[in-house]
Structure formats: C-alpha cells, structure tokens
Design a protein around this ligand. Structure first.
Ligand SMILES: *[C@@H]1O[C@H](CO)[C@@H](O)[C@H](O)[C@H]1NC(C)=O
Length: 388
C-alpha cells in the first residue's frame, strides 16, 4: 500500500438500492442547463486522489474558452480531505495536463485532467503520470502504441450487482458475453450514454461489449501513443462514474467483485512499438516477451494499486486468467499472461496483449512498466532511476 493514509473500505449504504440524487427531476435541471452562460466557460478539473483509484473533481469559471491546455490556470485543493496530505501543508497543486470537451455541460465547457503536486511541487504519491511522462519521452522515436480493455461491474448503491436478484444469483455464466435481451444484458443505458459521452469529449474510445458475468461490461480505449493512453483511460473512467451517478448506479473496477464461479475484471493491455508493427515484427515481439518473462513479479507489483494483492483474487488460472505466480505466453491463449493474437502470429508482425493488469490498475504505471522492460530493456526487481 503506497498511501499516506489508507482510505476506509467503500461505504455500503444498507437497505437502499438507489440513490436519492438520481431521482431528482432531470427535466427541471434541463431548464437551467439550457440557459445561456454569459460568455463564461466552466472548467471541471479532475484528479486522482490518494487511494490511487478514486477520482475527484471541482469546477471553476474561466473568462474565455481555452484553446489548449497551456491556457488553463493551475489550481489547488485541500489534500487532507483526499487522503493526499497530513493536515499541516495540506495545500496541493493541480497542474492541467489534458483537456477534453465536457459532455455533461457541453461546449464550450471543458474537462481538465490534472497532475497533483505536493506543497513543495514534487509529485504526490499517487501521481504516477509524472514518471510515466519522463519514460515515454525517452522512447518517443519508437512510437509505443497501447490499447486498453477496461472491464467493470455495475452495482446498486447497496453494493449488490446491478439487476441481480436481491436474494441470490442470476443463472450461471454462458449467455451474457456480448448478449442482447432484457434477461441477459444488464444496464445497457449506461453503456450507451458513456460511449456517446466519450466520443463527444474526444476520448479515444474504440469499442464496447457486455462481458461474461451479468452486469459486467467492457469498453476499449486506443490506439493511443505514449502518455495519451493513461490520460484517455482515466478520463473515460471519470465519464463512466459521472454517467452512473446520473442513473443512481455505481461502477466498480474491483478485479473480483463477486467471489466464486464468476469472472473477474481486468484491463488487458495491447502494446506495440514501431519495430513490432513493421516487417520482421514478430521477432521483436518474441524478444520483448523474453524480457517480460524474466521480470514477472515487477510487473505484477505494478499491475494493481495494492502491489499484487488485488490481482491475487483474480489471477487464479481459472476464468480465462493465468496464475499470478507463473509467467506464460502463447498464440491465441486466453489462459496465458501474454497473448499473441492469432492474426499477429500469421502476419508475423503487430502487437501483443498483456492480460495481467487488474481492472483497477493505474494505466500510467502499466504502460510505463511495459516500456521499461520491452524498450529500455531493464532487468531486475526495481525500476531504473534515470534522473541520476
Ligand atoms: C486488443 O487486441 C484485441 C485482439 O487481440 C482486439 O480485439 C481489441 O479490440 C484490442 N483492444 C484495444 C483496446 O486495442
């Protein structure tokens, strides 16, 4: 646990299956949202809190529409209320790093993803973007591309999976993956709203589907180069939380929300470099996998926010996962740590898929770890420090 202060376990409101705010009259709200906004712009600043998983946000007014992220002012917040600092020196800085259109308030309003710096302007403990950015700039000539498949589970605010019978379980897995029909697809309104909101925002979403467990879904972000992978995935997660709030439903990125014979939730990561995508790329992919094989435990520590403990519940070797203690790779093998897609095996170039990252992983450290091992050829348990 790399927290300054560990957050309490998520609050579960008992005996209350829907949220009060989701029942407010949305038509009344719309009357106000249709008012002109007097030439001003609302900018919603978003950041990752001290849990490394939670997102926080707050709004400020700008006098004119920012054209680039450089036009956005720095801001600050009270870190003692976000598990990010201890009382004294609790002011933290918000540094705008990526700007998107706001699908909730619409143009000209903005979503602004921020890095968090401490009072002394060093990165906050859960600001993993800072180092990721440095590593990505070291390899920019290799044009590392990523695609991430974000699996998630919809829950009622009582913590029970959305649409599941209140005193039991739905029928066993089988009919739900990519399903259609009221008895098989649970919560599609949320999925549709999220997809369109991401497209409006300018988030690089490339697909979505229902997953193996009922109330479990997936969206895909990519291809994104370098630091953009983390930026786009975090904003897509924010938009999903925000859409779910409107519907009175909660999204969970827990890697194993329901124990037993139910699939967990991962964040499979496709990765390629320029050399892998060109003629002879399969050899480069095989060399990268050889490097990964020697560094399995470093990757496992990076692939969930609890250093492997979360993923230990998911990577059991069952339910289309590999075993957390063993590294494996194979063509079209969903039970392997690394899967080479069948097409890539045939065309002898392309990309590979790392199936180990947990649904609640931080994409900044996942992409950074892949680049360190496969491109910077690092070995051993600790990442190199290039600042020395
Ligand atoms: C990753 O690769 C798989 C095929 O191996 C593909 O189906 C999927 O859409 C890709 N996902 C992303 C996010 O690029």
């Amino acid at each position: 646990c790399r927290l300054i202060m560990c957050p309490p376990p998520p609050c579960r409101v008992k005996n209350m299956a829907t949220s009060a705010s989701s029942k407010l009259n949305k038509a009344v709200k719309q009357q106000y949202m249709d008012l002109p906004q007097g030439g001003k712009v609302q900018a919603l600043y978003i950041w990752i809190d001290g849990s490394g998983e939670g997102l926080r946000c707050k709004t400020r007014t700008l006098d004119s529409e920012p054209k680039a992220v450089e036009d956005l002012p720095e801001w600050n917040f009270d870190g003692s209320s976000t598990y990010q600092s201890e009382g004294s020196n609790s002011d933290m800085f918000l540094i705008p790093v990526a700007m998107f259109r706001d699908p909730f308030r619409k143009d000209p309003n903005k979503l602004v993803l921020c890095e968090v710096l401490k009072y002394n302007r060093t990165p906050a403990e859960t600001n993993l973007r800072h180092t990721c950015k440095q590593i990505m700039s070291m390899v920019q000539n290799n044009h590392p591309w990523f695609g991430m498949e974000q699996e998630y589970t919809l829950l009622g605010i009582d913590g029970h999976p959305f649409g599941w019978p209140s005193n039991g379980f739905p029928g066993p897995q089988g009919p739900y993956y990519c399903a259609v029909g009221a008895d098989k697809a649970y919560g599609r309104d949320i999925v549709e709203s999220h997809y369109r909101a991401c497209l409006y925002a300018g988030v690089q979403i490339c697909g979505t589907n229902a997953e193996v467990m009922p109330a479990q879904w997936e969206f895909q972000i990519g291809p994104c180069e370098g630091i953009n992978m983390g930026d786009h995935l975090w904003v897509a997660r924010f938009i999903l939380h925000r859409v779910c709030e409107d519907f009175g439903v909660v999204v969970s990125f827990d890697p194993k929300p329901i124990s037993g014979n139910w699939n967990g939730a991962g964040c499979h990561t496709n990765f390629s470099t320029k050399d892998m995508r060109e003629e002879g790329g399969l050899k480069v992919i095989e060399d990268a996998i050889e490097m990964l094989a020697k560094r399995h435990s470093y990757h496992i520590r990076a692939y969930d926010p609890k250093g492997g403990l979360d993923n230990a519940r998911r990577l059991t070797g069952h339910h289309e996962t590999s075993n957390i203690d063993e590294f494996s790779a194979g063509v079209a093998n969903r039970g392997a740590s690394i899967r080479i897609p069948r097409m890539v095996g045939q065309e002898k170039k392309g990309y590979f898929e790392d199936r180990r990252p947990s649904a609640n992983c931080d994409p900044y450290i996942v992409t950074e770890a892949l680049v360190r091992t496969c491109l910077l050829k690092e070995e051993g348990e600790e990442p190199n420090d290039y600042s020395k």
